[in-house]
Design a protein around this ligand. Structure first.
Ligand code: NAD
Ligand code: UFG
Length: 336
């Protein structure tokens, strides 16, 4: 198949591009490089030993998208493009709504015009919000607590409405838990701009000497060691989840959501211990107060993805830390 990846130069997109190329698919990427680098695409081509097609433009540019679809070669789309920093979304909600919702409606219009009606969407565990039970099941209500999460919940709703309109669309909605790690080559990985928001890239930058210490956001949660618990999923397993979703798309006029997670949680201190093992050096850390908006614990129930997509996470947290360290130590400043 020929697959269009919006936002395919980013962290999850670049690993998925590699997995698709390795599986023999053709890959077309559209990315405005707002939060990524074209270097990731060169490295994906080098690792796969095959080339992909890259267009640098905004997905909200429906005319350019239309031209891309015009030759009829694209079979399906994976829609990664979006802004994803929770704190930034609280400070700049309009930018988040305009980008994330606007990119999706632009893409759906171009797909409809070209009669391409299969889409896999990058959603997030953040759509569940603070619902009570820490183990999330797809049937739980959406209850996002910040503008970023709202954009994901709204896009899921848009996809459900478009599916129900009877035009033959098939939507697979993948709710990612916490993607971590890198391709085992260490050639591609997560390269956040500025101070990392997420735990593993921050720990990796401490390990490589770019930052003096990890700040642990609270150790007074009701968890085994008091620190926050999340479901950390290796990005290569997540990439495989997209291949599984493309191979088992829902029936026409259906939008179906799947959790992509391991199915268990690890604490902040578990992650630090695993990373120390991977890098062979201590990670200095200091406990400060809780981060606003954080939950104590959440993890996926991944049974639906296993049953309907035949997908399950195979790699361990130790694998993810070893791969993240290989990437970070070989590329201390990321792609630049
Ligand atoms: P990323 O920022 O590395 O990748 C997103 C890519 O989209 C970037 O390359 C960016 O330049 C591009 N982009 C953004 N807006 C665009 C637009 N309007 N037009 C064209 N390109 C645009 O993020 P990621 O971690 O790879 O995440 C991919 C998707 O998965 C996002 O939608 C994100 O919300 C979702 N997600 C990520 C996580 C996570 O923790 N990484 C968790 C859950 C869901
Ligand atoms: N943490 C620290 N110090 C840091 C960074 C994080 O202690 O410097 C802690 C957090 O408090 C939390 C855990 O590490 O307990 C994980 O935090 P992350 O920021 O890595 O991940 P979150 O679970 O908060 O959020 C991530 C993405 C969201 C996404 C969500 C669910 O950032 O975009 O997973 O998919 F919505």
């Amino acid at each position: 198949m020929a697959i269009l990846l919006t936002g395919g130069a980013g962290y999850v997109g670049s690993h998925t591009a590699l997995a698709l190329l390795r599986a023999g698919h053709d890959v077309v990427v559209v990315d405005n490089l707002e939060n990524s680098s074209a270097e990731s695409m060169h490295r994906v081509e080098e690792l796969a030993g095959r080339s992909l097609t890259f267009g640098q433009f905004d997905v909200r540019d429906t005319d350019r998208l239309g031209k891309l679809f015009a030759d009829g070669s694209i079979d399906a789309v994976v829609h990664f493009a979006g802004l994803k920093a929770v704190g930034e979304s609280v400070a700049e909600p309009l930018r988040y709504y305009a980008n994330n919702i606007g990119a999706t409606t632009s893409l759906l219009a171009a797909m409809d015009a070209a009669e391409v009606r299969q889409l896999v969407f990058s959603s997030s565990a953040t759509v569940y919000g603070d619902g009570g039970e820490p183990e999330y099941v797809e049937s739980m209500p959406r209850n996002p607590v910040n503008p970023y999460g709202q954009t994901k919940a709204m896009i899921e709703r848009i996809l459900e409405d478009v599916a129900a309109s009877g035009r033959g669309f098939r939507f697979s909605i993948l709710r990612y838990f916490n993607p971590v790690g890198a391709d085992e080559s260490g050639r591609i990985g997560e390269d956040p701009r500025g101070v990392p928001n997420n735990l593993v890239p921050f720990v990796a930058q401490v390990a490589v000497g770019r930052r003096p210490e990890l700040l642990v956001f609270g150790d007074d949660y009701e968890t085994a060691d008091g620190t926050g618990v999340r479901d950390y999923i290796h990005v290569a397993d997540l990439a495989d989840g997209h291949l599984a979703a493309l191979a088992s798309m829902p029936a026409a006029d259906r939008a179906v959501a799947y959790n992509l997670g391991v199915g268990r949680g690890w604490s902040v201190l578990d992650v630090v211990t695993a990373f120390e093992k991977a890098c062979g050096r201590p990670i200095p850390r200091r406990v400060i107060g809780r981060r606003a908006g954080d939950l104590a614990a959440c993890w996926a129930n991944p049974a639906k993805a296993r049953a309907e997509l035949g997908w399950t996470a195979r790699r361990s947290l130790d694998d993810a830390c070893a791969d993240a360290w290989r990437w970070q130590s070989a590329n201390p400043s990321g792609y630049s």
